[in-house]
Design a protein around this ligand. Structure first.
Ligand code: HEM
Length: 499
């Protein structure tokens, strides 16, 4: 059934308002620029908080208020909005088995349960804490070495290495073999493919894009095969009673065990395991690194916030040891900094779902097959929901201000949805928030970061500010790499890093 505001039948409520000029093939894409959330805000000023567009041939609905988020993601989620739209890159590179993308069907339910109960549950994640702690120390050591030699560090790069290595170690028990190819996979997943939205191109499968996807897939597959085979050998040695020094039980071990277990309700296949590996890399690495970098940029630009964080760390952790994940529960100001970062800089500014069954929302018809965009970024900065929204003020999450205090990122407070909400909400929320908080806490304990300008000069005093410009990607990062000279703080636990 064609979707067009003009073709509404008499008994159907209208579709949400839409810009008039719709061009052949591109639909309304000519009205949009990347990063998408800014164009969507501009259009919502004209067409209201709920409007419709065509992304090429794809009907698209844009929602930009917490009230609407709640209607879509709570009231009508189960019947209509429990699935996502997948691009051809995601489909191929996740072996057509992405948990983030597969329909709301038995396989998704099975794998989601497995993720929640056996991979990202508190006990398993806790067992891998020493491994995460090692990865944080690696980042701090790079900063410590550069601080000794007064050298510039590309913080953006170090944070990406940190999240890639952490997810890789937790998932596969190794990080070296996969690190380069994973970066290539993430790069293409983050690219915007017009061919996914313009049906004639999609049908003809023309263009460089498909070929590049295929090339990357053909490079990735043998590497991940090698990693799985290596892991199978380790499991076999363990089964034979060997104690392998320094080897933890990682997610891949659990997945391989399930794949061999005849009593499982669904037998997980090798392709499904590989798909999940790509899923965790694509969902968990860029997003976490990008959020951490935004937090650091805000701390550089708001020295009074940094000072309060340093004071909290002095008081709660002291100077004789490094903060640890377990300290985060006692560091409310650090946690507030993380929430405030997510409010202003949600790494995925536009959360996407797909309508699987026609539905009425707010007196408008939402057609089956439509792509739904939730402009989380816009709501995080809307003065209707936040006092002085452009100010970076973590205190808002601590003070007893009506409406703001007590708000968290767990999908229940619709004005703050960096991890989405409902059945398909991010299962990595705790892992990501505690990782970011721990990295920030230790870094704040040990170093001051002096930002470096475009000419390579260290910025001082009032000039020590970094740009908050954005650029499009798999998640939305800062436009410019964060380049800093780290300075070890006097009396800080930085000396413990060499131990
Ligand atoms: C700062 C870091 C992160 C952010 C901002 C983030 C954000 C999100 C968002 C917005 C969604 C879609 C939610 C929805 O549709 O309601 C999502 C889904 C998902 N995330 Fe995350 N995420 C992060 C880290 C992680 C990590 C560390 C992992 C795993 C290790 C992860 C795994 C996933 C998966 C598997 C899904 C798909 C869930 C499903 O469809 O059932 N994410 N994430």
């Amino acid at each position: 059934r064609p979707f067009s505001p003009k073709s509404n039948s008499k008994n159907r409520l209208p579709y949400p308002p839409s810009p008039k000029l719709r061009l052949p093939f591109v639909g309304h894409l000519h009205l949009l620029k990347l990063p998408l959330h800014h164009s969507l805000i501009r259009l919502s000023k004209q067409y209201g908080p709920l409007y419709s567009l065509y992304f090429g041939s794809m009907p698209t609905i844009v929602a930009s208020t917490p009230e609407l988020f709640k209607l879509f993601l709570q009231t009508h989620e189960a019947s209509s909005f429990n699935t996502r739209f997948q691009t051809s890159a995601i489909k191929r590179l996740t072996y057509d088995n992405s948990v983030a993308m597969v329909p709301f069907a038995p396989y998704w339910k099975f794998i989601r349960k497995l993720i929640m109960n056996d991979l990202l549950n508190a006990t398993t994640v806790n067992k891998l804490r020493p491994l995460r702690s090692r990865e944080i120390r690696k980042v701090l050591k790079v900063l410590a070495n550069n601080s000794e030699s007064n050298k510039v560090v590309n913080v953006t790069e170090e944070l990406l290495k940190w999240t890639n290595s952490t997810i890789s170690m937790m998932m596969l028990g190794e990080a070296e073999l996969v690190k380069d190819i994973v970066r290539e996979v993430l790069k293409i997943l983050g690219e915007y493919s017009l061919s996914d939205f313009i049906w004639p191109l999609k049908k003809l499968k023309v263009g460089e894009y498909e070929k590049r996807i295929e090339d990357i897939f053909n490079k990735f597959d043998p590497v991940i095969e090698k990693v799985i085979n290596k892991r199978q050998e380790i499991r076999q040695r363990r089964k034979n009673g060997e104690v392998i020094e320094g080897e933890s039980v990682v997610f891949l071990d659990t997945l391989l065990e399930f794949s061999e277990d005849p009593t499982m309700e669904i037998k997980i296949s090798r392709d499904q395991i590989k798909g999940l590996v790509v899923d965790f890399f694509s969902a968990g690495t860029d997003s976490t690194a990008v959020a951490t970098e935004w937090a650091l940029a805000e701390l550089i630009n708001n020295p009074h916030v940094l000072k309060k964080a340093q004071e909290e760390l002095n008081e709660v952790v002291g100077k004789d040891r490094l903060a640890d994940e377990l300290d985060v529960a006692n560091l409310p100001y650090i946690r507030a900094i993380v929430k405030e970062t997510f409010r202003l800089h949600p790494p995925l500014p536009v959360v996407k779902r797909k309508c699987v069954q026609e539905c009425v929302v707010d007196n408008y018809t939402i057609p089956e097959g439509a792509l739904i965009l939730f402009n989380v970024w816009a709501v995080g900065r809307d003065p209707k929901y936040w006092d002085n929204p452009s100010e970076f003020r973590p205190e808002r999450f601590l003070e007893n201000v009506e409406g703001e205090q007590g708000i968290d990122v767990k999908g229940q407070h619709f004005q703050l949805l960096p991890f989405g909400s409902g059945r398909r909400m991010c299962p990595g929320v705790s892992l990501a928030t505690s990782g970011i908080s721990t990295l920030l806490a230790t870094l704040i304990q040990c170093f001051e970061l002096n930002p470096v300008g475009q000419q390579g000069n260290v910025l001082k005093g009032d000039d020590a500010k970094v740009s908050m410009e954005e650029r499009p990607g798999l998640s939305v990062p800062r436009a410019h790499n964060l380049m800093c000279v780290p300075v070890a703080r006097a009396g800080s636990p930085v000396n413990l890093l060499s131990l």
